[in-house]
Design a protein around this ligand. Sequence first.
Ligand code: MG
Ligand code: ZN
Length: 194
Amino acid sequence: MTLARAVFLDRDGVLIEDVHLIVDPAKVRVLPGVVDALTRLKSAGFKLVVVTNQTVVARGLATEADVAHLNRHMAGLLTMQGAPSLDAIHVCPHHPKASLPQYRQICECRKPAPGMLVRAARELGVALSRSYLVGDRLTDIAAGARAGCRTVLVETGRHVDAPIESAEPVDPSLRPDHVCRDLAAAADWILGDA
Ligand SMILES: [Mg+2]
Ligand SMILES: [Zn+2]
């Protein structure tokens, strides 16, 4: 049996507008071109897997259930707009300096660690070396590269921000395999490359 391929998708700044520390589902805005991009990737046989760090949980601003609720709302908006269903959504609720002690840990899932990708690949039967990651921060790119995927940085805004806090610093010389404007352009590149 050949293993499937996946496109791992960061959530904030790739699928939806990056509203800092978003907790309110009413603030979810699907970015332009996302529905069409997801449709084309799924048609080409890629599993669609969201991998998102949610510091809001570690900071006590939302519960894991709140985040799951927002993610379901986002998935609902996407399908309502005609997108195919997402195959999985993985969330890291941890932070090395979390205000809530139960989330204060150096975990294997918080990007730049590759844990969410590795776990999703195992669960869905995905070959990481034939898969892609799309993110808007270097920490996303590091997670994708460490998992053995090809990586695409989308320049939707956050790519210029300082790196997020992580247990291990991201190598600043790390380069994505491709840089482009948004998920639509990322899908063009992935479909041409695959
Ligand atoms: Mg992001
Ligand atoms: Zn984690």
